[in-house]
Design a protein around this ligand. Structure first.
Ligand code: FEO
Ligand code: CA
Ligand code: CA
Ligand code: CA
Length: 604
């Protein structure tokens, strides 16, 4: 890469690990809540009232458990904030909560309306890096998408297939709602991709599903045993489509990548079957040198896989109506690949995390073609089979079983791809796969970052090389690795989940479930040059929270972070909160903006 790319100045003083019930930023920075659970989104939304919630109100208000954050600029002073609402913590939402079984149907419907996505128009505060919601006048872009209010269009080769047909949708082409939207990405054409992740938890009745459907349900984490039913959310009491005994294909209609066009509030969100179905963490797109677009994706489950999609059509530059219309079709047809890794030091890996004698965890890899258009490359599976039951296709072709692939994101400046592998407590236990060079620790508590470099820098290539720049944990732990950087200067990090880049190409990593006992947070490191591996903690989030997003604006002046599930600790409730953030009473998930007081770039 060019000088300075991936190696921007990160001179901020790191925030030390802590367990404070606060949002902590470095000296010289300030932060503010942008929007929180219950705030009005759609004009006409009622003010939030904890004791008088309704599904109709929640469907117009900011949802729960904000995860992905994307910013789409409208001009220098206005932008659209697009946020995923992954799931709900009913014990922290409803006063007097006792159990999921005891929730009223209206409360279940509130939870459904608290899922999905929000689009919120923002304005810059003065000339600073702070942004806030536009709270007066017309807000034509503001929008909520939920689990039950919006009709989604299925696109691609599996749309209309028998696997996707239900009584409510005999053609298999439209789906009600979106579930468990986790991470995502902003596309080069200004739309947002959102991953439907742990959709299995919404469904019951797997034991009564047809026999031939059971192995497929089981591979996606839906119980087929009456004794240990799935469906911990109990939504089937509010809507029978979540009961697989009645609607055995409904689960197949979730677990996709959703594309939403925030610039067109009337547009229907789409679920793109060409990108496969699994527990999609998210998807991030880069335009390859050839003009084809490439989406990188992870399946967040222990021992699941890393994928990429290459479009058939090429990206059309410019903001013309013709270009926009064309680019909106790019994810509807293409080729889906799964990653198989090769290892250079396989014999030396003992599961302890000890660095091989060649000085690196590294190797080669190939992208195995699963399906291209309507043509399947997997024996015994049609294209619709492969796309709907992608995990089974990955199993058949011998894809590499990874330590929970979360966010997978290419640097738009270098084309290199970074994978957050969050942890894998089951690695090397019982009959499970043992450590390998890319997943080098058994009972992996802290996770690692994988860097993938495509052959000749071509993101459409069939082969790649890879290495681990970071093996996470306390730097004092000999099983950690920070690209060879002086560990005394590195911040402890555990359970990387989301990755992002600043304007100079530094890598930013947020965490979920810090197994070192401190709060989660956001970290930054150079990935090129002498500072590669000099990881520093930039901020920490309150008690019980996960740091999601993050998103750094293109002008490098603002960092957005989603504080997800603050106060999510055993035994916590509205009346007995484990966190009082952000208002001093009960905990509320919120999106937070951080900026430098003197207007200098983020990271300096
Ligand atoms: Fe929803 Fe994989 O994090
Ligand atoms: Ca995540
Ligand atoms: Ca990301
Ligand atoms: Ca996670």
């Amino acid at each position: 890469p060019e000088k300075g790319v991936g190696n921007g100045a990160l001179t901020f003083k790191p925030v030390p690990p802590n367990t404070l019930d606060s949002f902590i930023v470095p000296n010289g920075y300030d932060h503010a809540v942008v929007i929180k659970w219950g705030d009005p989104v759609v004009p006409g939304a009622p003010e939030f009232d904890l004791h008088r919630q309704s599904a109709a109100a929640q469907a117009k208000q900011f949802g729960y458990n904000n995860d992905f954050v994307g910013i789409i600029p409208l001009n220098r002073r206005r932008a659209l904030l697009v946020v995923n609402h992954e799931y709900t913590n009913e014990n922290l939402m409803f006063p007097g909560f006792t159990s999921q079984d005891a929730l009223s149907v209206e409360q279940l419907k509130i939870a459904m309306a608290a899922h999905g996505m929000s689009v919120v128009e923002l304005e810059r505060v003065g000339g600073t890096g702070q942004w806030r919601p536009v709270d007066s006048g017309r807000r034509p872009y503001n929008r909520r998408v939920t689990a039950n209010t919006t009709k989604f269009e299925l696109t691609g080769p599996a749309a209309g297939s028998a696997w996707l047909r239900t009584a409510a949708d005999p053609k298999g082409r439209t789906v009600v709602g979106t579930l468990n939207n986790c991470a995502g990405g902003v596309t080069p054409w200004g739309t947002v991709l959102s991953g439907e992740e742990n959709f299995n938890q919404y469904f019951v009745g797997g034991d009564a599903a047809p026999e031939d459907a059971k192995p497929k349900l089981a591979r996606y984490g839906i119980s087929t045993s009456a004794r240990y039913p799935s469906g911990s959310r109990k939504w089937e009491r509010a809507d029978e489509r979540f009961d697989l005994a009645k609607h055995p294909n409904e689960a197949n209609r979730h677990g996709w990548i959703v594309e939403i066009d925030p610039l067109d509030p009337e547009s229907r969100p789409r679920k793109h079957t060409a990108l496969g179905r699994f527990k999609h963490e998210g998807a991030n797109v880069i335009v390859a040198k050839s003009g084809h677009v490439v989406a990188y994706m992870g399946d967040d489950e222990r021992f699941d896989y890393l994928y990429k999609f290459v479009s058939d059509k090429k990206f059309m530059k410019g903001n013309s109506w013709v270009a926009r219309r064309h680019n909106l079709t790019l994810l509807e047809s293409g080729t889906l690949y799964v990653a198989k890794l090769g290892f250079t030091s396989a014999g030396e890996i003992d599961g302890s995390g000890k660095l091989p004698t060649d000085g690196a965890f590294n190797g080669t890899g190939q992208w195995i073609k699963l399906v291209s258009g309507n043509r399947s490359y997997v024996e015994g599976m049609t294209a619709a089979d492969v796309l709907t039951f992608t995990r089974l296709a990955g199993d058949k072709v011998g894809a590499t079983k990874m330590d929970r692939p979360e966010d997978v994101e290419p640097s738009l400046l270098t084309g290199k791809v970074y994978v957050a592998l969050t942890n894998n407590s089951a690695r090397g236990t019982g009959s499970n796969p043992k450590a390998d060079e890319a997943n080098p620790r058994n009972a992996n508590k802290h996770g690692q970052i994988l860097e993938l470099v495509e052959h000749r820098g071509d993101n459409t290539a069939d082969t790649f090389t890879w290495s681990l720049p970071i093996v996470a944990g306390d730097p004092a732990d000999p099983s950690t690795y920070f690209a060879g950087y002086d560990k005394a200067k590195v911040s402890p990090i555990s359970c990387p989940d989301n990755v992002a880049f600043d304007a100079t190409g530094n890598l930013w990593i947020s965490t979920d479930g810090n197994a070192l006992g401190s709060n989660d947070g956001l970290f930054a490191t150079a990935v090129e040059g002498p500072e590669r591996g000099h990881l520093k903690q930039f901020l920490t989030v309150p008690v019980g929270a996960e740091a999601c997003g993050p998103f750094i604006t293109g002008d490098n002046r603002s960092v957005f972070v989603a504080v997800q599930h603050p106060g999510e600790l055993d035994g916590a409730s509205v009346e007995n909160p484990a966190s009082n953030w952000p208002d001093g009473d009960y905990a509320k998930p919120a999106v937070v903006i951080t900026w430098r007081l003197d207007g200098a770039p983020i990271g300096s």
